[in-house]
Design a protein around this ligand. Structure first.
Ligand SMILES: Nc1ncnc2c1ncn2[C@@H]1O[C@H](COP(=O)(O)OP(=O)(O)OP(=O)(O)O)[C@@H](O)[C@H]1O
Length: 248
């Protein structure tokens, strides 16, 4: 079976700014996400998580190494129909409603009008935004905006979901609601990569985890493999060991 996401010896060094020396943001990172699997990507600030996501989304290109998504290079335009992307910070044009945004997304994915209408209603109802569908998104609460971003990421029924900090800034009710959604999407067989600083969400939602530290991979495996590797009983302790014990 082809991996949904594969990184092989990926290096990324950003362009140097005037007068500064650029360190690699990723240093020979290799990992994979199998079809139907949920991978939690964790690491301290500056570990390289967003860089991985930008590379997957083809916003930037690797300096070295090979990335494939469903067996294809991220620059293949046909891939955009396979991928649903949730940005860390969504910005919505002033005064547009979620229905306006859905029309743009539907056009970008060549969705027939009837399919767009059906899928929009399905996801707006599932994410409790149906009654707010005619209001400008800027009038939504943070939790509603996050759910709106999910609707836009899901309406074309992608097989692969890339979620950048899906729970950030949400209250416990918002987190629980997004947690249930991710569980449902897992149940539907979606492949999911999400990055987060909330380790208990990784424990709850991820089949496997990838720990990055200063651009290097420090661990890839299941939560129980993490416990076994470091003799720890919680993800937090395992994570701290993974980024400390091998530190030079
Ligand atoms: N556009 C950029 N130009 C130069 N350096 C960058 C750029 N974006 C990120 N970096 C550097 O690359 C390294 C990895 O950053 P990245 O944003 O991938 O980390 P992260 O794990 O997502 O961190 P955070 O949790 O703080 O979001 C950091 O040292 C960062 O300063």
């Amino acid at each position: 079976m082809v991996d949904s996401i594969s990184f092989v010896e990926v290096w990324k060094t950003y362009e140097r700014e005037l007068g500064s020396v650029s360190q690699p943001a990723l240093r020979g990172v290799t990992f994979s996400v199998r079809q139907g699997e949920t991978l939690g990507l964790i690491g301290a600030n500056g570990a390289g998580k967003s860089t991985c996501i930008r590379l997957i989304m083809d916003f930037i290109r690797p300096s070295q190494g090979v990335i494939t998504l469903n067996g294809r290079s991220p620059d293949k335009s046909s891939l955009r129909h396979d991928i649903g992307y949730l940005p860390e910070i969504a910005s919505f044009p002033a005064s547009l409603t979620i229905l306006d945004m859905l029309r743009f997304v539907g056009a970008a994915h060549d969705l027939p009008k009837t399919v767009l209408a059906e899928q929009s209603e399905r996801w707006l109802r599932a994410l409790e935004l149906w009654d707010a569908r005619k209001r400008p998104i800027r009038t939504y609460s943070k939790g509603m905006q996050q759910r709106a971003s999910f609707v836009l990421a899901l309406v074309h029924d992608p097989s692969l979901l890339i979620l950048d900090e899906p729970m950030s800034g949400l209250d416990p009710i918002g987190r629980a609601s997004i947690g249930r959604l991710i569980q449902d999407l897992k149940g539907q067989g979606k492949t999911i990569l999400f990055c987060t600083h909330i380790l208990e969400d990784v424990d709850r939602l991820a089949d496997r985890l990838l720990i990055l530290h200063k651009g290097e991979k420090r661990f890839e495996g299941t939560p129980s493999e993490l416990s076994m590797a470091f003799g720890t009983t919680s993800i937090v302790d395992g994570f701290l060991h993974a980024i400390e014990v091998t530190q030079s």
